[in-house]
Every structure is written in structure tokens, then in C-alpha cells.
Ligand binder design. Structure first.
Ligand code: NAP
Length: 331
């Protein structure tokens, strides 16, 4: 049988347990050109909160009664596509379920001998790609620049900050609580840390970035974005990766200090990792090299059981997790 998480109700504010419904169906059959994947791991992402809102975004909203959209990694257990023989492993949008039947052309082969399967959801998966293309292509970072990363202990932010360190930047991370600040400095090698839960953000940014910010990689939005905007250097780049502080709010808080973009001849730009899909293999190769050399680490925080979907999802918003949140759905 196939256990699946369906969208049962559109949430208002933070999702509640009845936002989702656990449903059990027979394992689906496949047609010519399709594969059946037994999912091992499901990626839990802040963007899921956007996808369950009935509003226009970069992807259509998940419909009520549909399997929740999710990135997955799993093993091909039946195949009618010669590109993906039985026993190979693939990364795809399999949804929050234990088995996915889908066209083989929508799946990407991964090699489990290169890295643990969870890496293909985390550091070598979508979040790692977001960090890589965000900081390098969109941020155009230069050695010696000061880079501020919010969500700095999280899946995307931790990797973005480490890549900036590899490229010779001075990196300051923002995260919630003393343990995450210690982690960013002592384990990720960041030069400075700001605890958004207890520091005065204005003073802390001045303390950690006394010369101002060249690149702000924003994962959280809200007040943090404002304070970064107020502290830009000339020709700064503000990268809007996400705004998790706003995802459960009925109205998004807009930036107050955007006129500083004029003063500093700075830019502010949103970007989407999906636009770089054709270059994921190139990025994964370079990042796997950095990982092998011990220059880059990604931590996947694995929770077990599809029944834990809701509680695990909420950890993204409480911060009660360490690195990339992954749900093991294999039984
Ligand atoms: P994550 O950072 O691993 O987890 C979310 C973190 O957000 C939490 O751990 C918490 O940090 C922080 N957070 C939650 N609520 C907050 C609030 N009200 N104020 C400040 N911080 C808060 O998640 P992720 O997967 O790496 O995603 C990070 C961001 O990137 C999200 O905004 C996501 O939507 C975005 N994203 C964008 C793209 C793209 O293509 N543009 C792709 C992937 C992800 P602490 O643990 O430090 O408290």
C-alpha cells in the first residue's frame, strides 16, 4: 500500500494538523515511459507553505485533495523507461508519499555511492543548488566582500555562507539562539553571528558588519531585510531568496528602507533555483568536490515516518531542527 499526505484544507496562518490528511491507497501502476519509485526520503521545505495558498506564485497551488507537492529521492522498483532500470536511484518531485508513478523523463539519476541519499535532498539537492546559484550567479560575490546571510544555520543559508567563505568573503550569519550562532562560527567557519531571537538587530548588524554589507542573502524577510537595507555598502546586492517570516502572515511586510538602494547604487533581486535546473549537475560536481575536500558541509536532519509530516513541517517555522529537514518515509 501507498501512504500519502493530501492537502485537506487551506491553512490560515501556521498550518494545523487538519491542513493535511493521511491517505492509504494501493501502490499505483505504471504505463509505457513511466517508472515506479519507492521513495526513501521526502524534502520538507518552507515553500510548501506558499504552495498550499490559493494564490499565484511561481508554481500553481496544490489543489485540495491532491498529494502534497514535495521533492523526493528513492529507488526505481518498476520501470517502463530504459533510462531508469530497476534498482537505480532517482531524485524527482515525487510528492509526500511512499510510492510515485511518474514519467521517467521527470526523474534525475543519482549515484548513492557518491554521497548519502539524503544529500541529494540537502546539500547536493534543491537547497544546495539554491545556495550555489544564489550566492555565485545572483550575488556575484568577490573576495574580501562582506556577506550577510539570514537563515544562516538553515539548509540554504548554511551552504550559501560556506560558499562565500570558500570564495574569500567575510561572512556573517543570522540565526535563532546561541547554539546555532556557535554552530555558524565554530563549525561552518563564519566570521560573525547574530542571534535574531535575542540580539538587538540594528546594533548587531553594526557590530558584525561595521563597514556595511556588500551582499545580503535573505531567507527570512521582515525586519531583518529592513535592517540589512539600512546598512548597505556602495553597489551592494540584495538577494531575495525567501521570506519565511512572512509565509504565515495574511499581508506581507514590505521593505521600509528601500530608498537606500538609490543612495548606495545597489540592487535587490529575487531569484528561483528552478531557473538553473539545466546546470544542477555542474553545481553538484563542484560542491561534491568541496565536500570531499572538507571545505563544505551540509547537515541533513532526518525525521522518521510519513505520519510525522505535520509535526516535522512545523519545525521549519519554530527552528527546532538542525540544517535541512528531511522526512524518511520508507518503512
Ligand atoms: P531552513 O533555513 O532550513 O529552515 C527555516 C529556518 O527559518 C528556521 O530554521 C528558522 O531559523 C528560520 N525562521 C523561521 N521562522 C522565522 C522567522 N519568523 N524569522 C526569522 N527566521 C525564521 O529552510 P531552507 O529550506 O533553507 O529555506 C530557507 C529560505 O530559502 C526559505 O525562505 C525558502 O522559502 C527559501 N528558498 C528559496 C528558493 C528559491 O529558489 N528562491 C529555494 C529554496 C528555498 P533558525 O533555526 O535560525 O531560528
Amino acid at each position: 500500500m501507498n501512504k500519502r499526505i493530501l492537502l485537506a484544507k487551506r491553512p490560515e496562518g501556521l498550518p494545523t494538523a487538519d491542513t493535511w490528511q493521511l491517505d492509504i491507497q494501493p501502490v499505483p501502476s505504471i504505463e509505457e515511459g513511466e517508472i515506479l519509485v519507492r521513495n526513501h526520503y521526502v524534502s520538507l521545505d518552507p515553500a510548501m507553505r506558499i504552495w498550499v495558498t490559493n494564490a499565484r506564485s511561481y508554481l500553481p497551488p496544490v489543489q485540495l485533495g491532491d498529494v502534497m507537492r514535495a521533492g523526493t529521492v528513492g529507488e526505481v522498483v518498476e520501470s517502463r523507461d530504459p533510462r531508469h532500470p530497476v534498482g537505480t536511484f532517482v531524485q524527482t518531485w515525487g510528492g509526500a508519499q511512499q510510492y510515485s508513478a511518474l514519467p521517467g523523463k521527470q526523474a534525475y539519476r543519482v549515484d548513492p555511492s557518491l554521497a548519502p541519499l539524503t544529500s541529494f535532498i540537502g546539500g547536493l539537492g534543491m537547497t544546495g543548488m539554491t545556495a550555489y546559484f544564489g550566492i555565485l550567479e545572483e550575488g556575484r560575490i568577490q573576495a574580501g566582500e562582506t556577506v550577510l546571510v539570514s537563515g544562516g544555520a538553515g539548509a540554504v543559508g548554511s551552504v550559501a555562507g560556506q560558499i562565500a567563505k570558500i570564495k574569500g568573503c567575510r561572512v556573517v550569519g543570522v540565526a535563532g539562539g546561541p547554539e546555532k550562532c556557535r554552530y555558524m562560527k565554530e563549525e561552518l567557519g563564519f566570521d560573525g553571528a547574530i542571534d535574531y531571537k535575542s540580539d538587538n538587530l540594528f546594533k548587531a548588524v553594526r557590530r558584525e558588519c561595521p563597514e556595511g554589507i556588500d551582499v545580503y542573502f535573505d531567507n527570512v524577510g521582515g525586519d531583518m531585510l529592513d535592517i540589512a537595507l539600512a546598512n548597505l555598502r556602495m553597489h551592494a546586492r540584495v538577494l531575495i531568496c525567501g521570506a519565511i517570516s512572512q509565509y504565515n502572515e495574511p499581508v506581507t511586510q514590505g521593505p521600509k528602507f528601500y530608498l537606500n538602494l538609490i543612495n548606495m547604487r545597489a540592487s535587490m533581486k529575487g531569484f528561483l533555483v528552478l531557473d538553473y535546473a539545466s546546470r544542477y549537475a555542474e553545481a553538484a560536481k563542484e560542491m561534491a568536490g568541496w565536500m570531499a575536500e572538507g571545505k563544505l558541509r551540509s547537515h541533513e536532519d532526518v525525521y522518521v515516518g510519513i505520519e510525522q509530516f505535520h509535526d516535522t513541517f512545523l519545525r521549519l517555522f519554530s527552528g527546532d531542527k538542525h540544517g535541512k529537514v528531511v522526512l524518511k518515509v520508507l518503512e
